[in-house]
Design a protein around this ligand. Structure first.
Ligand code: SAH
Length: 516
């Protein structure tokens, strides 16, 4: 049977794609239906038909799935950010576990029974809402000319007003409302992408979950007067405001009646840092390069605790690390689950205190420092120089002296290091054949040159932390062909309501003594 655009069909959703669309079959013809979940029986309309499959739109739910729950967000369908919001959290976890499993089987070429044997239960969240410590809201203007903040409607650049996204902290709404009220009262314009005019582009809010400290950064299209610095005024930012740590820095003026806004924001409990980021480029990149602190501290802090992932409830071990976060720093967005993810990576690394460890794609050194407290020596590698500067400061701040950091691409730094260290009586020869290599690459996974060098280095164990199980599976195949065996696999849900999932994998060198 052939189906074509605009046909109506009734379909039972039997599976879900890795992007969260429901999948059903009618006469062997596969339908992908957004906004449906496993177990739904739905009437759908074909939007785009191919030979053996089609994309269809949900028209009417005939029998809702028993796994369906009410969406908590009124604009969840327009936004598209929470692909799984109408699926019960338990089923979200099951979906994510399956996603990792299926990728390992289909892409990695592992046997089903082998994967089912070694895969550990996914680490879920206690509360799959309000988990994000960072929010970035675009600002615009509605038809009546009022300032709005919200999110871009799926794949477009039109802003749907919504200042209370359920994934973020409740303070976001208070802060956004203060800024919108200030804009309205003081006729401060929102940026308009089509003309490049207008002042306020984005609002970045970050919160340290353990410290309770809050940071607001307004991204502004501030053109100023050519060649002149923004005006400075007064000896402190605002009357009654907390003075800057250095005590000498005077707040610069970027916004009309800036004090009014600063005073209102400073009154929000936990407010610690207010800054502006100047971005005058016509680009989709949110943050500008410069950050100017206009009130309080330039950073907020947060603490990550080590947990014992082998015990129920994952109790704290007593070890902890404190980080300073600036508006531009990379920092995991779900701090509660990050503790579990890093603690799992640490457990998989199997450290006893004397090991040599590489931490590739180390960011601001969070995993490296976790490992360093339990290893002989750790070397981190990261492409962004600013992140490495942060990593070094974080090491100092936490009194860690056995971590070194290198700036560069893992696929360049590691092979160069290997060549150099293996040809001469080099410094750092102990890192030539490390005990453990940990990798936490971006979605595209590891470069072949990086994987090849890892294999040459012959570590006892490799710990692979991944945010994309498809590239993870591809890379595991290479590592297994190169003499490693996958021993442990576990998913960690860092992004409730969305289709994303983190995975942690432990590989062991074939013939390695598991006791070491
Ligand atoms: N492990 C860190 C960061 C993980 S995100 C944490 O948990 O916080 C991945 C990191 O890899 C990012 O910081 C990114 O800047 C970095 N990166 C991307 N491509 C890279 C490459 N080719 N070599 C080294 N680092 C890279």
């Amino acid at each position: 049977m052939e189906f074509k655009k605009n046909d109506y069909l009734t379909v039972t959703i039997e599976d879900m794609s890795s992007e969260g669309e429901g999948i059903g079959k009618v006469d062997g013809f596969t339908l992908f239906v957004k906004d449906t979940v496993i177990g739904d029986v739905a009437e759908v309309k074909i939007m785009k038909a191919k030979k053996s499959y089609a994309y269809a739109r949900l028209e009417k739910l005939i029998t809702p799935s028993p796994y369906r729950v009410e969406p908590t967000c009124p604009t969840y369908r327009q936004c598209g950010g929470c692909q799984l919001q109408v699926l019960s959290y338990e089923q979200q976890l099951a979906f994510k576990h399956r996603k990792i499993r299926n990728n390992l089987i289909r892409i990695g070429g592992f046997e089903e029974s082998f994967i089912d044997n070694i895969m550990e239960p996914i680490v879920g969240m206690e509360n799959p809402l309000h988990y994000r410590n960072k929010a970035q809201y675009p600002v615009g203007t509605d038809k009546e000319g009022n300032p709005i903040a919200g999110f871009y409607a799926g794949r477009t650049h039109s802003i749907i007003p919504n200042i209370s996204c359920g994934l973020g902290v409740t303070e976001n709404e208070t802060i956004l409302q203060i800024i919108l009220d200030y804009m309205k009262e003081n006729k401060v314009s929102a940026y308009d992408e089509t003309t490049g005019q207008g002042l306020i582009r984005h609002i970045l809010i970050r919160k340290g979950f353990t410290s309770g400290e809050i940071m607001v950064c307004l991204v502004i299209n501030y053109k100023g007067e050519k060649g002149t610095a923004p005006k400075t005024q007064g000896s402190s930012a605002t009357a009654g405001a907390k003075s800057n740590t250095e005590g000498t820095v005077q707040a610069m003026r970027f916004l009309p009646t800036q004090d009014k806004l600063v005073d209102a924001l400073a009154a929000v409990p936990g407010m610690t840092s207010i800054s502006v980021s100047v971005n005058t480029e016509r680009t989709n990149v949110i943050m500008g390069k410069e950050i100017h602190n206009i009130w309080g501290e330039p950073t907020i802090s947060d603490t990550i605790h080590v947990r014992d992932m082998t015990k129920e409830g994952y109790p704290l071990t007593g070890q902890e690390l404190t980080f300073k976060i600036s508006p531009l720093s990379f920092y995991q967005v779900n701090p509660v689950q990050t503790e579990k993810l890093y603690s799992l990576a640490l457990e998989y690394a199997g450290l006893t205190g004397k090991e040599t460890v590489w931490d590739l794609y180390c960011g601001i050194g969070t995993i490296s420092l976790f490992l360093a407290g339990n290893a002989g020596k750790v070397c981190g590698v990261e492409i962004i120089p600013q992140a490495i500067e942060d990593a070094k400061k974080n090491a100092l701040r936490n009194g860690i002296a056995n971590a070194e950091f290198y700036v560069g691409k893992a696929e360049e730094v590691l092979p160069e290091f290997y060549e150099k260290a293996s040809t001469e009586n080099a410094q750092n020869a102990d890192m030539l054949h490390p005990d453990v290599i940990v990798v936490d690459p971006p979605r595209k996974g590891c470069d072949t040159a990086c994987l090849e060098t890892m294999l040459k280095m012959q570590p006892e164990r490799i710990v692979y932390v991944s945010c994309d199980s498809a590239t993870l599976a591809r890379d595991l195949k290479v590592l297994c062909e190169g003499g490693y065996e996958v021993k442990r696999v576990r998913g960690v849900d860092m992004f409730g309501m969305t289709v994303h999932v983190e995975s942690t994998v432990m590989l062991q060198r074939r013939g390695a003594d598991p006791a070491h």
